[in-house]
Write a protein that binds this ligand. Structure first.
Ligand code: FAD
Length: 159
């Protein structure tokens, strides 16, 4: 199967947009990601999928911890910055939960210890055991067919 056709099909699955953050001796590292999934309630586990070429891979392996911040529709510039698509003019300030950096004003942030690591094809899955979370009000930034968007609620009208 053609790679472009596979990517085109997978892009039809609408997602939110997150920034994954971690902290190592050299400092904080962040990257934009939409491959996030909540996987278990008891125990509370989530997973992320990191390209084996991303700098984030070795950072998470070194720290053994990461945070996932769900971006709001007011944070397009943050997403583009951490995807390397466009640099922000001002320095990025981080908040911290249990000494792990998170993106301020994100809709929610989930802070994890790495529980299990699986290299799967050209990506690595980091299953995280949730240590703490924070939640804020707002509307999500979305990603569909390679483009950013906003959430639109539909009203069900009964005939
Ligand atoms: P870099 O490319 O070096 O860093 C990314 C950017 O973050 C750079 O601009 C850097 O300057 C900035 N940055 C990092 N740390 C800091 C800091 N402390 N302060 C200020 N700026 C900082 N890739 C995946 O592997 N998995 C995914 O699920 C995924 N989903 C994506 C979803 C979307 C919507 C987009 C647009 C991209 C996605 N990517 C994903 C691609 C990924 O975001 C990029 O390939 C990214 O550049 C990889 O980052 P890196 O760790 O290699 O580091």
């Amino acid at each position: 199967m053609d790679n472009q056709f596979f990517r085109q099909a997978m892009g039809k699955f609408t997602t939110g947009v997150t920034v994954i953050t971690t902290k190592v001796d050299e400092g904080v590292h962040g990257m934009t990601a939409n491959a996030f999934m909540s996987i278990s309630l008891e125990p509370k586990l989530v997973t992320i999928s990191i390209d084996n070429r991303a700098k984030m891979l070795d950072k998470i392996k070194a720290s053994g911890k990461y945070a996932v911040s769900f971006l709001s529709d007011q944070q397009l510039d943050i997403s583009m910055h951490f995807a390397g698509q466009k640099q922000m003019d001002q320095e990025i300030a981080f908040d911290y939960i249990q000494e792990i950096p998170i993106i301020p004003n994100a809709l929610a942030s989930v802070v994890c210890d790495v529980d299990q690591t699986y290299q799967v094809g050209d990506h690595t899955l980091f299953i995280g055991r949730v240590l703490d979370i924070s939640v804020n009000n707002g509307e999500p930034l979305t990603f569909f067919s390679g483009k950013y968007g906003k959430n639109q609620q539909l009203e069900y009208v009964k005939n």
